[in-house]
Design a binder for this molecule. Structure first.
Ligand code: DGJ
Length: 707
């Protein structure tokens, strides 16, 4: 049976699959160099007393009909029949590191096609496709992807969140009964980013084994980290379906979204680095290879108050700060005075813009900047011409009064007339104006997503993808940002057709440190929109120095979000300074290897980026709150070439340190800060640099350059 066992490998990872008589993952972990297919005999399990008399595998479809009592991977029925399928292999196709296994249950009239790809980055992609092969509608209630984990995977890390507080990590032990995360908000959601990291307890950024997964899907999802009563563990991921949403006629197929999974033998850093490389190689498609331009977004500067002359003044000031892309946010279309009206009416507000958009765009372009504009195409206000003409265009269930969200409702993209209308309006906007960038917003949760009475959320999500796909084909030069009240629609599937995420509507640098760190587990810096906001943060009313705001925004795709006309000299000098610093460092930040550094004091966050050739690196030490201890310990710098020496320099320090004054929390700076030294990478990694004592809500930026 040797040929039934397939070994997929990358530099870091091995995946061993038994393809027949049914499909089962036997091993997923650290790369095996001396493996032979005969070895798998060692994995044949005992059969314990007191339960079914045969071994019950966790196969690809986790068949309950084999005597496995966990949650099956396929659930459904054909008018009450064919509800407990057992899938056996009928075909195996391997092409390099891609494996397709086709399994079938002829009694139930079902076929399951499972695709696995182990990318060079180490990321495993997997999805299942279920086909009904018998007459009579097969109603699918669940279709999941299942990956077994070893027994030592006993701690789960995932994210909770909400609007203006996205990507908040939390941990729980995987003991009895498992962990389930469900999102039913109709979009990827601020609440539950579709990911789990499961590892050996105590795993950290730099230590411990971790298996991470992300479901690339912008609708509802369920993720499960499960432990069976025999101690075996698994992860399972699926899109959630409403009752009756998935009915397969004979010959029809339903696919799961892609599940992306990454194994690391040494903490969360390699897991993230593999995901980042995968995103860079396989997901992201920028229209042009060029540095990510620094943004100025008008939202927190002027909100709905659009006056073209004033906006042009804002653009002039922005260009003077070094901004490279100017974006007018919400408020430009007919009747949009506040958030109660006009969504759906995608025509220029000629009262606000009597001479059209062209003068503004020309002005922006003449200043050497790109031009971007905000839209929210999936939405409609009842107070809009569109609703007055087409009240039947809502995604809703007849006979019910669904609640509004931000005073708005959702358009039914499954209605071809709606789709065509939006395509036509967006094509007008992008075709008749010199637009380089679209901020695509989506500001409500979806309640009762009905199309002709039936549940239609999956179709709605697919139509949203299709709309972006068609626009991407028609306007290949345009970049799209996925924004959903900030971080509500961030996932790999939407990233296939977009180029940036607005990470959060919260521009408070302190909050952003946590949100951005959370996002960094799955996304590289170049797709994370991070803006310097007003000194008085609009979301929290907290105030931070320009240094702390600037350094926090530096490590993403940077921008500024305020009204530059109204800012004073000191602030403007700060915007210009951090814009320049970002422009200097973005080549490194947007292509290098990301590290999060373990530190015993959780008031100190350290993250950095090392260039691919290890010639240089930047590390940011952020003091979030009052330090736990009076000394902050050493920064032990990971990722440098341990054969080389590096020149250490301080790129940016809080004013107290920069002026050489003893600070509030520190009498004397560490000796090396008087004259930054050249040190070996080995020393930097093993012994490190003594850190200065930083005041809360301040940060220090260090640079390392190969000598
Ligand atoms: C929510 C977004 O997250 C904000 O950045 C802004 O674009 C507003 N919508 C506009 O309505």
């Amino acid at each position: 049976m040797e040929s039934d066992i397939v070994h997929l490998t990358s530099d870091s990872t091995s995946l061993i699959v038994r393809c027949a008589p049914f499909a089962e993952i036997l091993y997923w972990g650290q790369r095996l160099n001396g493996y032979s297919a005969d070895d798998v005999i060692s994995l044949g399990r005992a059969v314990p007393n007191g339960r079914v008399d045969v071994d019950a595998p966790v196969n690809f479809s986790a068949d309950s009909g084999r005597g496995s009592f966990g949650t099956p991977g396929v659930e459904g029925h054909r008018d009450g029949l064919d509800w407990s399928p057992v899938f056996n292999t009928i075909d195996v196709i391997q092409q390099g590191n891609q494996l397709t296994i086709v399994t079938q249950d002829p009694h139930a009239g079902l076929q399951l096609r499972s695709e696995l790809r182990l990318d060079d980055s180490g990321v495993l992609q997997m999805r299942n496709a279920l086909t009904s092969q018998k007459a009579g509608k097969y109603q699918v209630t669940r279709l999941a992807v299942t990956l077994p984990l070893p027994e030592r995977a006993d701690e789960v890390m995932a994210f909770h969140g909400r609007w203006i507080k996205e990507f908040q990590p939390h941990r729980t032990r995987l003991e009895h009964g498992g962990v389930i995360q469900e999102n039913r908000r109709g979009k990827t959601s601020s609440e539950y980013f579709p990911a789990m990291m499961i590892g050996h307890h105590g795993f950290s950024e730099q230590q411990g084994e971790v298996w991470g997964m992300h479901l690339g899907w912008s609708g509802n999802h369920r993720l499960r980290a499960d432990i069976k009563t025999d101690g075996r563990r698994l992860m399972q991921a699926e899109a959630l379906y409403f009752p009756g949403e998935q009915m397969l006629e004979q010959g029809e197929t339903l696919e799961t979204p892609w599940l992306y999974a990454s194994y690391s033998a040494s903490g969360l850093n390699p897991m993230s680095q593999q995901f980042h490389r995968f995103v860079r190689d396989q997901i992201l498609r920028f229209p042009a290879e060029k540095p990510r331009p620094v943004h100025l977004n008008t939202w927190e500067g002027i909100y709905f108050d659009h006056d073209p002359d004033y906006i042009m003044q804002m653009a002039t000031e922005s260009a003077a700060l070094g901004v490279e892309r100017f974006i007018i946010d919400d408020g430009w279309f007919r009747g949009r005075a506040d958030d109660r009206a006009a969504l759906g009416d995608w025509y220029l507000d000629e009262k606000k813009y009597p001479h059209g958009l062209k003068p503004v765009i020309d002005h922006v372009k003449n200043l050497g900047m790109e031009f971007g504009i905000w839209v929210e195409p999936e939405m409609i206000n009842l107070d809009s011409d569109l609703y007055r003409q087409h009240p039947e265009w809502l995604l809703a269930l007849p006979g019910y009064q669904q609640p509004s969200g931000r005073h708005q409702f959702v358009l039914d993209l499954n209605n071809p007339q709606v789709f065509d209308y939006l395509l036509e309006r967006m094509s007008w906007l992008l075709g008749e104006h010199d637009v380089d960038y679209v901020k695509w917003d989506m500001n409500r949760e979806i309640v009762q997503p009905g199309h002709q009475g039936r549940a239609a959320l999956t179709m709605q999500t697919q139509q949203f993808y299709r709309l972006l796909d068609v626009l991407g084909e028609r306007f290949p030069q345009v970049e799209f940002e996925s924004c959903a009240s900030g971080g509500g629609r961030i996932d790999y599937e939407v990233l296939k057709r977009s180029h940036r995420f607005w990470a959060s509507d919260n521009n408070d640098a302190l909050e952003r440190q946590i949100i951005q760190r959370g996002m960094s587990y799955f996304f590289p810096p170049e797709v994370m929109g991070s803006h310097i906001g007003n000194k008085l943060c609009h979301a929290t009313s907290r105030q931070h120095s320009i240094e702390f705001r600037g350094l926090t925004a530096l490590f993403g795709h940077m921008g500024i979000e305020l009204d530059p006309v109204k800012e004073g000299e000191a602030e403007r000098a700060g915007f210009a300074r951090y814009t320049r610093l970002h422009q200097k460092l973005r080549g490194l930040l947007h292509s290098g290897t990301v590290y999060r550094v373990d530190h015993p004091d959780d008031t100190i966050l350290i993250n950095g980026v090392v260039s691919q050739n290890q010639d240089q690196a930047v590390f940011l030490v952020s003091q979030l709150a009052m330090p736990t201890w009076s000394l902050p310990g050493n920064l032990r710098v990971p990722g440098l070439d341990t054969q080389a020496r590096y020149r250490v320099s301080i790129l940016d320090a809080p004013q107290l340190l920069a002026n050489g004054q003893p600070g509030h929390t520190m009498r004397k700076q560490p000796d090396w800060m008087q004259q930054p030294p050249e040190l070996s990478a080995e020393w930097l990694e093993k012994a490190g640099l003594a850190l200065p004592v930083l005041d809360p809500e301040s940060a220090l930026l260090l640079h390392f350059e190969r000598v």
